[in-house]
Write a protein that binds this ligand. Structure first.
Ligand code: HXC
Length: 256
């Protein structure tokens, strides 16, 4: 099987690059399988604390591979069970920083929205243009884009198929930061290295808790948050973090 993705390690950071440049990183089934496996492997690796997911300068990903699915029947789609891989990505506990440049369209936008911190280059063009090819978003676009940017923008983007600029995405709260194209990957790495210095269990529980804000009522979410907060008092890193503050020294977090 071709290497549809490339992986590397940089200290506590696991880096994954989508690697179908000729197809603008269109997400075929092999790529999605390799991506889910790589994320799960980093998630299970005690040496890795955070992941960076990137495409290349021209494209983060231009969507699901249209050539793969053009002739598919409902039965084919059902048997492929492609969303099982997306569910695996959703279950990753460690934070994923997206480094997005160029096109992030359709499934590419949805993949970006599965990430936790999103760095976009000024050249990023983000959208859900499925409407132009006779379908609609299928990997969460109608839900996550609406929760991130609100109904009015989501309807505009999803029903017209237009692309958002990076600045529009930033103003609407869809991405975390926008930087010049020559810095987008390094900026994502910088953020990842900062997160990698934090106590890993607190980081993972904070991610879990933020994501619950999209799934629970406020009072349920607050209760959930409180339980995770209490739980962190069972970790050595909580003792170390607070003791280091009192002793005016840098904490050394171990992830336990
Ligand atoms: C397969 C794709 C592709 C895609 C681009 N390519 N996007 N192949 N699936 N999603 C291929 C092109 O066929 C072409 O191959 C090469 O990449 C370069 O693309 P061009 O179109 O020549 O480049 P350009 O003119 O710069 O236009 C860029 C573009 C356009 C605006 C991004 O490629 C485009 O509109 N792509 C489709 C975007 C889209 O509709 N995405 C949503 C897909 S549906 P050749 O061999 O000709 O050089 C989806 C549903 C998700 O994502 C459901 C859940 C998983």
């Amino acid at each position: 099987m071709a290497d549809e993705i490339l992986t590397e390690r940089d200290g506590h950071v696991g880096v994954i690059r989508l690697n179908r440049p000729k197809q603008l990183n269109a997400l075929n089934l092999a790529l999605m399988e390799q991506l889910a496996c790589a994320l799960e492997a980093f998630d299970a690796d005690d040496d890795i604390r955070v992941m960076v997911l990137a495409g290349n300068e021209r494209a983060f990903a231009a969507g699901a591979d249209i050539k793969d699915m053009a002739d598919a029947s409902v039965v084919d789609q059902y048997k492929r069970n492609q969303f099982a891989r997306w569910e695996r990505i959703k279950r990753v506990r460690k934070p994923i920083v997206a480094a997005v440049s160029g096109f992030a369209l359709g499934g590419g936008c949805e993949l970006m929205m599965h990430c936790d911190v999103i760095v976009a280059s000024e050249t990023a063009r983000i959208g859900q243009p499925e409407i132009n090819i006779g379908v609609m978003p299928g990997a969460g676009g109608t839900q996550r884009l609406t929760r991130a940017m609100g109904k009015a923008t989501a309807m505009d983007v999803i029903l017209t198929g237009r692309f958002l600029t990076a600045q529009e995405a930033l103003a609407g709260g869809l991405v975390s930061r926008v930087v010049p194209v020559e810095h987008y990957f390094e900026e994502a790495m910088k953020i990842a290295r900062v997160i990698a210095e934090k106590p890993p269990l607190a980081v993972q529980m904070a991610k879990e808790s933020v994501l619950k804000a999209h799934e629970m009522s406020l009072s349920q979410g607050l209760e959930y948050e409180r339980k995770l907060f209490y739980m962190l008092f069972a970790t050595q890193d909580q003792k170390e973090g607070m003791q280091a503050f009192i002793e005016k020294r840098k904490p050394e977090f171990k992830g336990c």
